[in-house]
Ligand binder design. Structure first.
Ligand code: TYD
Length: 141
Protein backbone atom coordinates (compact mmCIF):
# COMPACT_ATOMS: atom_id res chain seq x y z
CA UNK A 1 0.00 0.00 0.00
CA UNK A 2 1.23 3.46 -0.84
CA UNK A 3 1.02 6.80 0.93
CA UNK A 4 -1.29 7.88 -1.93
CA UNK A 5 -3.82 5.23 -0.75
CA UNK A 6 -4.14 7.13 2.53
CA UNK A 7 -6.66 9.87 2.08
CA UNK A 8 -9.35 11.88 3.79
CA UNK A 9 -12.72 10.23 3.17
CA UNK A 10 -15.83 12.35 3.44
CA UNK A 11 -18.61 10.48 5.23
CA UNK A 12 -22.35 10.86 4.68
CA UNK A 13 -23.80 13.79 6.58
CA UNK A 14 -27.50 14.22 7.30
CA UNK A 15 -28.09 17.93 7.94
CA UNK A 16 -30.79 18.60 10.48
CA UNK A 17 -31.69 21.70 12.46
CA UNK A 18 -31.78 19.40 15.53
CA UNK A 19 -28.13 18.49 14.91
CA UNK A 20 -26.23 16.73 12.14
CA UNK A 21 -25.81 12.97 11.84
CA UNK A 22 -23.00 10.96 10.26
CA UNK A 23 -22.76 7.20 9.87
CA UNK A 24 -20.16 4.65 8.77
CA UNK A 25 -21.10 1.25 7.37
CA UNK A 26 -18.12 -1.12 7.21
CA UNK A 27 -16.69 -1.53 3.71
CA UNK A 28 -19.34 0.73 2.16
CA UNK A 29 -17.68 3.87 3.43
CA UNK A 30 -14.21 2.72 4.44
CA UNK A 31 -12.07 0.06 2.72
CA UNK A 32 -12.22 -2.61 5.45
CA UNK A 33 -14.51 -4.30 7.96
CA UNK A 34 -14.42 -2.88 11.49
CA UNK A 35 -13.44 -5.22 14.33
CA UNK A 36 -12.38 -2.69 16.95
CA UNK A 37 -13.04 0.89 17.97
CA UNK A 38 -10.84 2.85 20.35
CA UNK A 39 -10.51 6.51 21.18
CA UNK A 40 -8.03 8.95 22.63
CA UNK A 41 -9.32 11.71 24.90
CA UNK A 42 -8.08 13.97 27.72
CA UNK A 43 -4.88 14.38 25.69
CA UNK A 44 -2.70 16.95 27.49
CA UNK A 45 -1.45 19.97 25.49
CA UNK A 46 1.77 19.25 23.60
CA UNK A 47 1.41 15.45 23.79
CA UNK A 48 2.21 13.18 20.84
CA UNK A 49 0.55 9.80 20.31
CA UNK A 50 1.23 6.95 17.96
CA UNK A 51 4.84 6.76 16.70
CA UNK A 52 4.44 3.26 15.39
CA UNK A 53 3.33 1.33 12.29
CA UNK A 54 1.19 -1.74 11.77
CA UNK A 55 2.10 -4.72 9.61
CA UNK A 56 -1.42 -5.54 8.46
CA UNK A 57 -3.92 -3.35 10.34
CA UNK A 58 -6.13 -0.90 8.43
CA UNK A 59 -7.38 2.10 10.38
CA UNK A 60 -9.73 5.01 9.94
CA UNK A 61 -9.20 8.05 12.17
CA UNK A 62 -11.90 10.61 12.94
CA UNK A 63 -11.71 13.83 14.98
CA UNK A 64 -15.02 13.37 16.82
CA UNK A 65 -14.44 16.64 18.64
CA UNK A 66 -11.72 19.29 18.39
CA UNK A 67 -8.77 18.82 16.07
CA UNK A 68 -5.34 17.24 15.71
CA UNK A 69 -2.81 16.33 13.02
CA UNK A 70 -1.83 12.88 11.77
CA UNK A 71 1.58 12.54 10.12
CA UNK A 72 1.99 9.50 7.85
CA UNK A 73 5.37 8.25 6.67
CA UNK A 74 5.82 5.34 4.24
CA UNK A 75 9.55 5.08 5.04
CA UNK A 76 10.36 7.44 2.20
CA UNK A 77 7.87 10.33 2.13
CA UNK A 78 5.79 12.04 4.82
CA UNK A 79 2.38 13.71 4.67
CA UNK A 80 0.63 15.72 7.39
CA UNK A 81 -3.18 15.68 7.59
CA UNK A 82 -5.23 18.06 9.75
CA UNK A 83 -8.45 16.49 11.07
CA UNK A 84 -11.09 18.85 12.44
CA UNK A 85 -14.48 17.66 11.11
CA UNK A 86 -16.48 14.74 12.48
CA UNK A 87 -17.82 13.94 8.96
CA UNK A 88 -14.28 13.38 7.64
CA UNK A 89 -11.81 10.65 8.47
CA UNK A 90 -8.34 9.59 7.41
CA UNK A 91 -7.83 6.10 5.99
CA UNK A 92 -4.46 4.71 7.13
CA UNK A 93 -3.23 1.71 5.16
CA UNK A 94 -0.95 -0.96 6.68
CA UNK A 95 2.81 -0.32 6.75
CA UNK A 96 2.54 3.43 7.49
CA UNK A 97 4.50 4.97 10.32
CA UNK A 98 2.22 7.48 12.04
CA UNK A 99 2.20 9.97 14.84
CA UNK A 100 -0.51 12.32 16.05
CA UNK A 101 0.19 15.79 17.44
CA UNK A 102 -1.20 19.32 17.62
CA UNK A 103 -4.22 18.18 19.70
CA UNK A 104 -6.67 20.96 20.53
CA UNK A 105 -8.07 21.04 24.04
CA UNK A 106 -11.01 18.65 24.37
CA UNK A 107 -10.05 16.73 21.21
CA UNK A 108 -11.44 13.21 20.86
CA UNK A 109 -9.73 10.93 18.34
CA UNK A 110 -11.77 7.88 17.36
CA UNK A 111 -10.00 5.05 15.53
CA UNK A 112 -11.80 2.28 13.67
CA UNK A 113 -9.54 -0.73 13.16
CA UNK A 114 -9.71 -3.85 11.00
CA UNK A 115 -8.56 -6.28 13.72
CA UNK A 116 -8.46 -6.83 17.46
CA UNK A 117 -5.51 -5.38 19.38
CA UNK A 118 -2.38 -7.42 18.65
CA UNK A 119 1.01 -6.21 19.87
CA UNK A 120 2.69 -8.54 17.33
CA UNK A 121 1.24 -6.39 14.51
CA UNK A 122 3.18 -3.29 15.68
CA UNK A 123 6.50 -1.86 14.56
CA UNK A 124 7.51 0.34 17.49
CA UNK A 125 11.04 1.01 16.22
CA UNK A 126 11.36 3.30 13.17
CA UNK A 127 14.53 1.58 11.90
CA UNK A 128 12.83 -1.83 12.01
CA UNK A 129 9.85 -0.36 10.19
CA UNK A 130 12.03 1.02 7.35
CA UNK A 131 13.81 -2.36 7.08
CA UNK A 132 10.36 -4.01 6.96
CA UNK A 133 9.22 -1.70 4.13
CA UNK A 134 12.36 -2.55 2.16
CA UNK A 135 11.89 -6.29 2.65
CA UNK A 136 8.21 -6.09 1.54
CA UNK A 137 9.28 -4.10 -1.59
CA UNK A 138 12.15 -6.54 -2.25
CA UNK A 139 9.83 -9.57 -2.10
CA UNK A 140 7.51 -7.93 -4.70
CA UNK A 141 10.36 -7.25 -7.19
P1 TYD B 1 -0.66 2.50 21.62
O1 TYD B 1 -1.20 1.83 20.42
O2 TYD B 1 0.82 2.54 21.79
O3 TYD B 1 -1.26 3.99 21.72
P2 TYD B 1 -1.02 5.27 20.79
O4 TYD B 1 -0.76 4.79 19.42
O5 TYD B 1 -2.26 6.02 20.80
O6 TYD B 1 0.06 6.10 21.37
O7 TYD B 1 -1.34 1.83 22.90
C1 TYD B 1 -1.14 2.33 24.20
C2 TYD B 1 -1.42 1.20 25.19
O8 TYD B 1 -2.78 0.79 25.12
C3 TYD B 1 -0.59 -0.04 24.93
O9 TYD B 1 -0.19 -0.54 26.20
C4 TYD B 1 -1.54 -1.02 24.31
C5 TYD B 1 -2.88 -0.61 24.85
N1 TYD B 1 -3.96 -0.82 23.87
C6 TYD B 1 -4.87 -1.84 24.06
O10 TYD B 1 -4.80 -2.61 25.03
N2 TYD B 1 -5.88 -2.01 23.14
C7 TYD B 1 -6.00 -1.21 22.05
O11 TYD B 1 -6.94 -1.39 21.24
C8 TYD B 1 -5.03 -0.17 21.85
C9 TYD B 1 -5.09 0.73 20.66
C10 TYD B 1 -4.03 -0.01 22.79
Amino acid sequence: MALSDCEIIELPKIHDPRGNLTFIENSRHIPFDIQRVYYLYDVPGGADRGAHAHRSLHQFIVAMSGSFDVVLDDGDRKRRFHLNRSFNGLYVAPMMWRYLDNFSSGAVCMVLASSFYDEADYYRDYGEFVAGVKSVKGSKE
